[in-house]
Design a protein around this ligand. Structure first.
Ligand SMILES: [Zn+2]
Length: 282
């Protein structure tokens, strides 16, 4: 599932290839991709046609393209891809929505194999779309306030990994980068947020920002081959992952086999030696 670095790479591609262009036509090919646009696919197509794209913005795992005062809002879900290419290339089976532009240049296709992603038009959402206004700033935004987030995390009686995944506390972090940042900060995923010292939380967010930056420069993580940039190319950060998806393989720091625990219907990967399990509370 794409997390912040992958979505940021898609945003940069849209900024480069779509901003400044005017949408000529909209072809909704699968209604599920537009289920969040409550007025329906035909309304979406009519409302978006003729609009000029003036920017490409992101918060956490959401992307939006300001069009006038409104915004074309996108979430990639598990397998969504926004692809730019020659408008005459054949339509592949997973393309859910196709947008063409008045300059007859490359078109934009929203392809989504598993159909958890969605597009919608958010009225008045150019600056901040209402459907995502409740989502907390992500660690790469200027609005991210480390002191405030640290205080909120330390007021929660929950495991630290669960807190990192809570998009109302901090956005953009998913399963992969949570595990990687916890490994770098030498914190076990079940450590209770409330009991963490402020300097441990600071260390953890420094690790989050570091792993995001490294992933961005490697083009993101294409763990399940579903994430690609707007040109259809995968990233190669999965080769640098320290723990995620590496159960039984040696920790890159100490050589101890990486452990995989069940976590919220998924998994948590950690090093048993570098990230000791917390002692139960007396
Ligand atoms: Zn280790």
């Amino acid at each position: 599932m794409p997390e912040l670095p992958e979505v940021e790479i898609v945003r940069r591609g849209l900024e480069r290839h779509v901003v400044g262009r005017t949408i000529d036509s909209v072809q909704p090919l699968h209604p599920r991709a537009l289920r969040r646009h409550l007025a329906g696919p035909d309304d979406f197509a009519a409302a978006v046609r003729g609009r000029k794209v003036t920017g490409a913005l992101r918060r956490g795992k959401y992307l939006w393209l300001p069009v006038g005062e409104d915004a074309l809002l996108a979430h990639l879900g598990m397998s969504g891809q926004l692809l730019i290419g020659d408008p005459s290339r054949p339509l592949t089976p997973h393309v859910r929505v196709r947008l063409t532009f008045t300059d007859s240049g490359p078109d934009l296709r929203f392809s989504d194999q598993r159909t958890f992603g969605h597009l919608s038009l958010a009225a008045g959402g150019a600056v901040m779309p209402a459907p995502i206004a409740h989502i907390a700033p992500d660690p790469l935004e200027p609005a991210f306030d480390l002191a405030a987030v640290t205080a909120r995390i330390r007021s929660r009686r929950t495991g630290i990994k669960r807190a990192l995944l809570d998009q109302s506390l901090v956005s953009g972090i998913g399963n992969i980068y949570a595990d990687e940042a916890l490994w770098r900060a030498r914190l076990h995923w079940a450590r209770e947020s409330q009991l963490l010292r402020p300097d441990a939380v600071t260390r953890l967010f420094a690790a989050v920002q570091e792993v995001f930056a490294e992933s961005l420069s490697a083009g993101g993580t294409t763990f399940d081959s579903l994430y690609v940039n707007v040109n259809g190319e995968g990233g190669y950060f999965e080769r640098s992952l320290a723990v995620y998806g590496r159960a039984g393989q040696p920790c890159r720091r100490c050589g101890t086999p990486v452990r995989r625990d069940p976590f919220m219907n998924r998994s948590a990967f950690s090093c048993p030696k570098c990230q000791p399990r917390p002692r139960p509370r007396p």
